[in-house]
Design a protein around this ligand. Structure first.
Ligand code: NAP
Length: 263
């Protein structure tokens, strides 16, 4: 009997795959036999992850792109198909934020964050969906898109408003694309992570021990999440084990602590 949780052979693109959560996803997918292509703006982020995966016996390619450019998202999908022959999974993991009071935020600051988080997710999703439809087999195309939103996309954020708003947009886009592309057998789901201990998030969001302690107190599980704890739900959403799930938002946030904890 085939294992519905297997992702072996599922060709997967991971945007932002050279750092933090994306690098963990790339390792976890490749380790389970999924050929992966990691993509982002900086080759210096991508190369070490690609080389590490290859040394471990996995299949990994990389592509330097800026998700804000639709043509570059198309090229990312085309190159994946040129390398691996098809595409099965897209993980829109790229993301950016600026911590600034709204009153001081420049128009460029607003636009950069919204363009990367929301427009980038749209362009990459459209490129992947076109490929899923083009490679149709037996009447249905299939294909899984996993969008990485954020707890801030659900709750809002007082310090990173364009981040919260664009991540909310990613949730809405998930529901719209699930609805629009369901007839092709394409599933579109979203993961909204809470605080996950990555270098990028630490520098931006919990820069000192006091904030870190407050973050820990806010979680029901009383701790930060680890990158693998986001990668594993992605494996589930990429696999046949989630074949009747689309348009869903999965909170991966350690739960909210609706109580006071002593320091
Ligand atoms: P990270 O290491 O800063 O990851 C962000 C990634 O996005 C980087 O690899 C970056 O690569 C890529 N990226 C940024 N702008 C891009 C662009 N224009 N085009 C292509 N790639 C771009 O942070 P992380 O913690 O791993 O976060 C990963 C995702 O999870 C993000 O979407 C983030 O919003 C979300 N998230 C994280 C947390 C958390 O606590 N860690 C919580 C909620 C949501 P380059 O610099 O090479 O382009």
């Amino acid at each position: 009997m085939s294992d519905p949780f297997s992702i072996e052979g599922k060709v997967t693109i991971i945007t932002g795959g050279g750092t933090g959560l994306g690098a963990s996803m790339a390792r976890e997918f490749a380790q389970r036999g999924a050929p992966v292509l990691i993509a982002s703006r900086n080759a210096t982020h991508l190369e070490p992850v690609r080389d590490e995966i290859r040394r471990a016996g996995g299949r990994c390619e990389m592509k330097v792109i800026d998700v804000r450019e639709a043509a570059q998202c198309d090229a990312m999908v085309a190159e994946t198909v040129a390398h691996f022959g098809r595409l099965d999974v897209l993980i829109n993991n790229h993301g950016a934020s600026i911590a600034s009071p709204s009153l001081d935020l420049s128009p460029n600051g607003w636009k950069a964050v919204v363009d990367i988080n929301l427009s980038g997710t749209f362009f990459a999703s459209r490129a992947a969906a076109r490929q899923f439809i083009a490679q149709k087999r037996g009447g249905k195309s299939g294909g899984s898109i996993i969008n990485i939103s954020s707890l801030a996309g659900v709750l809002g954020s007082a310090t990173m408003t364009p981040y919260g708003a664009s991540k909310a947009g990613v949730i809405n886009l998930t529901i719209s694309h699930a609805s629009e592309w369901g007839e092709h057998g394409i599933r579109v789901n979203c993961i909204a992570p809470g605080p996950i201990d990555t270098e990028g998030a630490a520098a931006r969001t919990w820069p000192n021990p006091k904030v870190r302690a407050a973050v820990v107190r806010s979680r029901a599980l009383g701790r930060f999440g680890q990158p693998g704890e986001v990668a594993w739900p992605c494996i589930f959403l990429a696999s046949e084990a989630s074949s009747y799930i689309t348009g869903a938002v999965l909170m991966v946030d350690g739960g909210t602590a609706y109580r006071y904890r002593s320091e």
